[in-house]
Design a protein around this ligand. Structure first.
Ligand code: GAR
Length: 195
């Protein structure tokens, strides 16, 4: 199984969708460690329930983004992680992390990239008045929300939508496409059998 490290900052519903896909044998992987930057995040309860090791790297207790990423890389290496999954990770990552896992870091973003990069993507979509919103799984490169797109799903925007109702509709699609996108890159980590 592909050895994953999941980075999350908040609720962790995408973390849980990935773990559930693994449990249901829809994804041939294992989550070796969950890393979180926020001591109060609900994702810790989810990790506990699934018996997945959880590590706090509190960004408030390190002096720079690079220092945070250095600690994170150490934890990922300690747990022999091959592929890094950013699932609601709300910190900008630096080349310290990106170069430690070349081509092997994925992120999910709650918009149809390249529209609405950065924070508050769902609010941005509502403010723009788009009629179709969605989510994107992409590879992580130094420019924020800009790497190769691996999967997308679209959802309708309803006239009465609030950020919460639209976010909920997007979440359902995220939970479906993220395990699929991870499964799609597994061959990159396994040598093809020679003839
Ligand atoms: C998800 O909607 C994800 O796309 C978004 O945060 C939410 C996390 O939900 N990510 C970003 O906005 C990244 N900038 P979760 O904690 O329930 O998985």
């Amino acid at each position: 199984p592909l050895r994953l490290g999941v980075m999350a900052s908040g609720s962790g519903s995408n973390f849980e969708a990935i773990v559930a896909a693994i449990a249901a044998q829809r994804l041939h992987a294992q989550v070796r460690v969950m890393i979180c930057n926020n001591p109060k995040a609900r994702v810790f309860e989810r990790a506990d329930r699934w018996h997945i090791p959880a590590v706090l790297h509190n960004h408030r207790q390190v002096p720079s983004r690079e220092a945070l990423d250095t600690q994170i890389v150490q934890t990922l290496h300690d747990h022999q992680v091959e592929c890094v999954i950013m699932a609601g990770w709300m910190r900008i990552v630096t080349p310290v992390l990106i170069h430690a896992f070349p081509n092997a870091i994925l992120n999910i973003h709650p918009s149809l990239l390249p529209s609405f990069k950065g924070i508050h993507a769902v609010e941005q979509a509502l403010a723009a008045g788009v009629k179709i919103a969605g989510c994107t799984v992409h590879r992580v490169v130094p420019a924020v929300d800009s790497g190769e797109i691996l999967a997308q799903a679209a959802v309708p925007v309803m006239p009465e939508d609030t950020p919460e109702t639209l976010q909920a509709r997007i979440h359902l699609q995220e939970h479906r496409i993220y395990p699929q996108a991870i499964a799609s890159i597994i061959p990159e980590f396994r040598p093809t059998p020679s003839a």
